[in-house]
Write a protein that binds this ligand. Sequence first.
Ligand SMILES: O=C(O)Cc1cc(O)ccc1O
Length: 438
Amino acid sequence: MAGLKYLSGFGNEFASEDPRCPSALPEGQNNPQVCPYGLYAEQLSGSAFTCPRPTNKRRCQIFQFVGHQLKYTSQHSTAQHYEIKSIRNTSIHPNIILFYYPESSTLNIGLHTVCGAGDSKSRNGICIHLYACNTSMTDRCFQNSDGDFLIVPQQGKLLVTTEFGKMMVEPNEICVIQQGMRFSVDVFGETRGYILEVYGAHFELPDLGPIGANGLANPRDFLVPVAWYEDRTVSAGYTVINKYQGKMFSCQQDFSPFNVVAWHGNYTPYKYNLENFMVINCVAYDHADPSIFTVLTAKSTRPGVAIADFVIFPPRWGVADHTFRPPYYHRNCMSEFMGLIKGHYEAKEEGFQPGGASLHSIMTPHGPDVDCFEKNSTATLKPERVAEGTMAFMFESSFSMAVTKWGLDTCNRVDKEYYKCWEPLRSHFNPKWKPASK
Ligand SMILES: O=C(O)Cc1cc(O)ccc1O
C-alpha cells in the first residue's frame, strides 16, 4: 500500500511509536509505575526467559488497553479432540482456569491429573497432578516408571519412606522422587499438594550465569535421606504399585521393599526447604522476569528452554523505583501453572486461595487484577516487604498443555468466571498526555 512506512532489517531491536503519541515508549524502562498516555504495559514473550541471547526474542509492547479476550469458545465443530497418550479424556482449551482442591476427607490416596502434554513413551513431556488424602499407605508403595515427581505439599506433612531412607516433608518444603524409586507415604490428617511430573529429564539447578557461584537454591540446602531398612515379612501381601505409560499396575510380595541396608551413588530422592532460597531481584528499576526465582529446572534439548521449571515467589523486599512492581501483563510462549502454598499472591489478592491453582495457557493474556493494577499505579514507592507470609509457585513449561476431563469438569472446582477479574480494567488512554518537562 502506497504511503505506508516500515522499519527495515531482520531480527533487529526495533522501536516504534505512533507519531500521534510521541514519547509513548517509556524512557529506558519496561515497567514504569504509570505508562505514558495512561497506557498498559504488557510483555509478549516469544522465547523462554532463559534462552541464550541469540534465540531470546522478547518484545515489550505498550497497549492502549490490555487485550483480555478471555472467554474463548471453540470455533470449529470439527476441532480435533486432542488426547495425551498417558491421560485419557483431555480437551484443548486456551482459556485460563482457576480451580480449587477437592475436599479430601473421603479419599484414601487421591492423585488427580489436571493437565499435561507429551507422553511418557517418547520420553518427552509433563503432567501436573493434585493429591488429596487422609490415609497413610499401609503395606503399599508406589513406583513411577514414567518420570520424576516433584512434590509440593500444601497442607499436612508427608513422611516419605524410600529405598534410600526416610524424609519428612512439610508444606513450604518440596521433595523430588526420581523415576523408578519406590516410596510409601504416611500422612497425619488432611493432606494435599501438587505434583509436577516430567518425562525424559531430571531436575537440575539452573545455571547461574553472571550471578556467580552462589545464589538461588544453594546445593548444600538439598537434603538426601540416609540409609534405613526394615526387615519385615508381610504375609498378607505387600503391594507395589507401578505407574507405567500412564497406567497403574500392581504386584504382590511378602516383604517390605524398604530392605536396603546401604547404598551409594548420585541418583537419590531429595528434599528442599523453600525458605532457604537466596532471592535475587531488581534493586533499581523494572520488574525482573520470574525466571530469577527458578529453584529447579528440567531442561529440554533446546538450550535455555525447559520441559518444566519450578519457580517460587518468596517473601522479599520490593524496592524498584518508578516501577509498576507486581507481575507485568503477559502473553507467554510457555504454559504457566500456578499454585499457592500459603498467603496471598500479589497479583491476585482475592480469589486465589491456598490450595488453588491457575493455568495460564500459552499466549493467553494474564496479569494483575484491577485492584492490584490501580493500587500499584498510584502507590508511593518505598522499600516494602512483598509476599510476607506467602509462598506462591509456578510450574512453567514449554509444552502446550491439555486439561483433563477431571480438571475441567469432574472436580467441579473450576471458577468459570475467573476471566471476569480483568473485565473492570479500563482504558486510561489520554492522547493529550505530555512528558513532564525536565
Ligand atoms: O503472575 C503470574 O502469572 C506469573 C508471572 C510473574 C511475574 O513476575 C511476571 C510475569 C508472570 O506471568
